[in-house]
Design a protein around this ligand. Structure first.
Ligand SMILES: [Zn+2]
Length: 273
């Protein structure tokens, strides 16, 4: 079934924009965009994910938390990642999360976002931007919410206005899009590769292709560390993307979101929803 479906969809994309995302276009006639993202500044990303991306000729986005062993001991390697065209994005200074939510017993008192103020979030995110700027020289940046959390003070105060001000887009953990017009730049969807197999991942890609949307893959460890993505699955996904280069535009979260901003402006779509 799938072997017939794919050429048909590829042909459809040449003739008309996706029905689900009318008039929205991706560069070079691609049917969907793809972002490969990696959280928490983990060693296995430098050891395994980055070399696999380099070999495939694909660009990824590394959401770095500033307080991390690799930031202390392997900073030159992160500089090299940036020089190679990948994105160094922000995942906060110290990765605070809300301790008060179910399953969050592992969050220390020191890093308990429930006890933060919005101003403290702002200060730490600005400091992280300054640090990342010292590494890669970039000013415009994207962000990923640690643990997907968007509020402080036991959930009573949202810091979404702060991230909207500081970043051109922020990756969240919300559910998938039915059309590009639904996109919330300040809290985008993500698809956790570590909890899916290759068939499920390709089905997700093809669903995004049908809808003309963006597939945003989230990873932590790749072949090591924690919340581990199987390195063979990661490699197989990259190979699928390489062999479907004409159909999927694979680029950094920053580049894809910059293009998306431009398309929203061109089409007169509302970015605040
Ligand atoms: Zn994280």
């Amino acid at each position: 079934m799938k072997t017939y479906l794919i050429p048909l969809l590829a042909f459809a994309s040449l003739t008309a924009p996706s029905v689900a995302s009318p008039n929205f276009t991706w560069p070079n006639g691609a049917g969907a965009a793809v972002c490969l993202t990696y959280d928490d500044s983990l060693p296995s990303q430098l050891d395994i994910a980055y070399p696999q991306l380099q070999a495939a000729g694909l660009k990824g986005t590394f959401f770095l938390q500033a307080k991390a062993d690799t930031m202390e001991n392997r900073l030159d390697e992160w500089r090299e990642v940036a020089r190679s065209g990948h994105e160094l994005a922000s995942h906060s200074l110290v990765h605070p999360c809300r301790q008060g939510l179910p399953g969050r017993g592992w969050v220390s008192d020191e890093l308990n976002l429930d006890h933060y103020t919005v101003e403290r979030v702002r200060s730490e995110l600005q400091l992280t931007n300054t640090l990342l700027n010292a590494i890669d020289g970039q000013t415009a940046r994207t962000f990923a919410y640690p643990c997907g959390d968007t509020a402080v003070a036991n959930g009573s105060k949202s810091f979404l206005p702060v991230t909207a001000e500081l970043y051109l887009a922020s990756r969240g953990v919300s559910s998938q899009l039915d059309s590009m017009q639904e996109l919330n730049f300040n809290n985008t969807p993500a698809f956790d590769l570590s909890t899916h197999n290759l068939d499920e991942s390709i089905a997700y890609l093809e669903d995004c292709y049908t809808k003309g949307t963006v597939a945003i893959f989230l990873n932590h460890g790749v072949g090591g560390d924690y919340l581990v993505t199987d390195p063979q699955l990661h490699q197989d996904l990259l190979e699928y993307l390489v062999s479907n280069r004409d159909r999927f535009w694979v680029d950094t979260f920053k580049n894809v979101m910059t293009h998306t901003h431009d398309e929203f402006t061109r089409l007169g779509w509302d970015k605040e929803h």
